[in-house]
Design a binder for this molecule. Structure first.
Ligand code: ARG
Length: 425
C-alpha cells in the first residue's frame, strides 16, 4: 500500500539505538554528538561530506572519534556535487530571486542522500542534522530523507534542545568538546564550491552595509587590481569545459574561476530573501565562480536560442530554481523540466569572454557555431543581405491586431456615446 511506502511524521522519535549524524565539525553538531548519546542513549555514526568547504577533514574525523563515535565517514563528493548539481544549476541559469545562486540549497539533497546511504548500510534507524526550525535546510534534508528512506527517523536536536550559543559553549566545556576557534565569530557560515553564505550578527540589520569581515574569499572590489583580467570559458552543451583553452575537470574548473573571481572582488551578494518557512531574511553571499559562470552561460544560451526559446526558458529556469530552493529536489517536475533544459542546452556550445574588474564580471565577447547571429544580416554596411523593403509589409501586419483593438476600445465607445447623449439633449 502506498501508505506504507510514504513517510509519516512524528516530532521526536522515542527509541533509537543507532543514529547517523550529518556532521560539519562545528560547535552545534559537536554538542549534538554528545547530546544524542546522552539524551537518546544511542550510538552515533558521523558523516561529513566534502563539497568543497574550507575545512580540515582529518581534524573533523579526529574530533568525532574523540567524542566517542562508533564510526566516522568522510566522503569526497566534490565531483558528484559539480556534475550532478552545480552543472544542472548552470544549465538552468539558477539564481533564486534573481540574486542567489542557490549554493547551499544545492548541497543539501546530496548530503541527505549520502546520509541515507550510510544509515542503510550501517543499519541505523535515525538521521540527525544540525538545522534550526527557522531555516530552509531542515526542509531540504527532511524531504530528501523521507523520500529515499520512508522509515528513517529524523532527529533535529537544535529544534528540540532550545540552547542558546552561550548554553552550547557551556555544554561544550562541561563535556570536554573542543570549541572551534571560530566560536567568537558573530557569523554563521555555510560554504562549498559554489558559494559561501554568511548570516547572523550585524547582518540581521538589513539597513547596515555588510562589514568587511563578513567576506572572507573575495578582495574588496575597491581594493581589487586596477588592471582588468580577461577569462575565456568554453562551454559544451551548456557545461563549462575549459578555461583559457585548458580543458579541466569540473572541480578544477570551478576552483580556477573561483580564484580569478576572488582576486577581482567578484560575486558579493546582499539581498532580502524569502525563505520557505515564510521568513524574509537578509542574506549575504560570496559566490565568485557562480557569478562568472552563470553570466557566461546565460549570455551564450541567449546567443544560440530563438527569442521564443529565450522567453520560455526563463520561466522554466525559475520553476527549476524554486523547486530546488524550496527543498523539492525529489519532485518529478524537476526532472521533467530538465528534459527541456537539457534539450535547449544541446546547442549551448561555444566560447564566452568575461572581463573581471573591481567587483564586476562583464561578458565582453562570445562565439558559437550555433549562433543565430549573422553579420551579413545585422551589418549596416553595403554588403547587408537583409531585405529592408520587406519591413513595410512586416510592420503593417505585425501591428494589425493592435491597431484594430485601439480603434475599437470599449472605454472610448462609452465616452463617445456620452458625448452624443449630451449633444442630443
Ligand atoms: N539562505 C540560504 C539557503 O537557504 C543559505 C543557507 C545557509 N545555511 C546555513 N546553515 N547557514 O539556501
Amino acid at each position: 500500500m502506498l501508505k506504507d511506502r510514504i513517510a509519516t511524521f512524528s516530532a521526536r522519535p522515542d527509541e533509537v539505538d543507532l543514529c547517523v549524524l550529518l556532521y560539519s565539525g562545528g560547535l552545534d553538531t559537536s554538542c549534538m554528538l554528545k547530546w544524542l548519546q546522552e539524551n537518546y542513549n544511542t550510538d552515533v555514526i558521523t558523516v561529513t561530506l566534502n563539497v568543497g568547504q574550507a575545512k580540515e577533514f582529518k581534524e573533523i574525523e579526529n574530533k568525532a572519534k574523540k567524542l566517542g563515535v562508533k564510526k566516522h565517514y568522510t566522503i569526497d563528493a566534490r565531483e558528484e556535487f559539480v556534475q550532478e548539481y552545480v552543472f544542472k544549476a548552470i544549465k538552468a541559469n539558477a539564481l533564486y530571486q534573481d540574486a542567489y545562486p542557490i549554493s547551499s540549497s544545492l548541497s543539501r539533497p546530496l548530503i541527505a542522500k549520502w546520509g541515507v546511504e550510510i544509515a542503510k548500510k550501517e543499519g541505523a534507524e535515525a538521521i540527525a542534522h544540525g538545522c534550526t526550525g527557522k531555516g530552509n535546510d531542515q526542509v531540504r534534508f527532511s524531504i530528501t530523507i523521507n523520500t529515499l528512506a520512508p522509515d528513517m527517523k529524523i532527529i533535529a536536536p537544535v529544534v528540540e534542545w532550545g540552547m542558546t550559543r552561550e548554553d552550547e559553549i557551556a555544554y561544550a566545556q562541561e563535556h570536554d568538546i573542543p570549541i572551534p576557534v571560530t566560536v567568537n565569530s558573530p557569523y554563521s557560515i555555510d560554504d562549498n564550491l559554489w558559494g559561501r553564505s554568511i548570516e547572523c550578527g550585524v547582518l540581521e540589520h538589513p539597513e547596515v552595509e555588510p562589514p568587511y569581515d563578513a567576506y572572507l574569499w573575495t578582495t574588496p572590489p575597491e581594493k581589487a587590481p586596477d588592471d582588468p583580467a580577461y577569462v575565456e570559458i568554453d562551454f559544451e552543451e551548456g557545461i563549462p569545459v575549459s578555461v583559457d583553452g585548458v580543458k579541466m575537470n569540473g572541480v578544477d574548473l570551478i576552483l580556477k574561476i573561483h580564484e580569478l573571481g576572488c582576486a577581482h572582488g567578484v560575486g558579493r551578494i546582499d539581498h532580502m530573501e524569502d525563505r520557505i518557512v515564510g521568513l524574509k531574511s537578509r542574506e549575504v553571499y560570496e559566490c565568485p565562480a557562480a557569478t562568472i559562470l552563470l553570466k557566461a552561460h546565460k549570455d551564450l544560451e541567449k546567443f544560440v536560442c530563438t527569442r521564443h526559446e529565450n522567453t520560455f526558458k526563463k520561466f522554466v529556469d525559475e520553476q527549476w530554481t524554486s523547486l530546488v530552493y524550496t527543498g523539492l529536489w525529489v519532485e518529478p517536475l524537476r526532472e521533467d523540466l530538465e528534459a527541456f533544459i537539457d534539450k535547449v542546452n544541446k546547442k549551448v556550445t561555444g566560447m564566452v569572454r568575461v572581463k573581471l574588474y573591481k567587483g564586476n564580471a562583464t561578458v565582453v565577447g562570445r562565439s558559437s557555431e550555433y549562433a543565430l547571429y549573422d553579420e551579413n544580416l545585422a551589418t549596416y554596411d553595403r554588403k547587408s543581405t537583409f531585405n529592408q523593403l520587406a519591413s513595410f509589409g512586416f510592420i503593417e501586419l505585425w501591428g494589425l491586431q493592435s491597431r484594430m483593438a485601439q480603434a475599437l476600445k470599449p472605454e472610448d465607445k462609452k465616452v463617445h456615446s456620452k458625448n452624443v447623449k449630451v449633444k442630443s439633449t
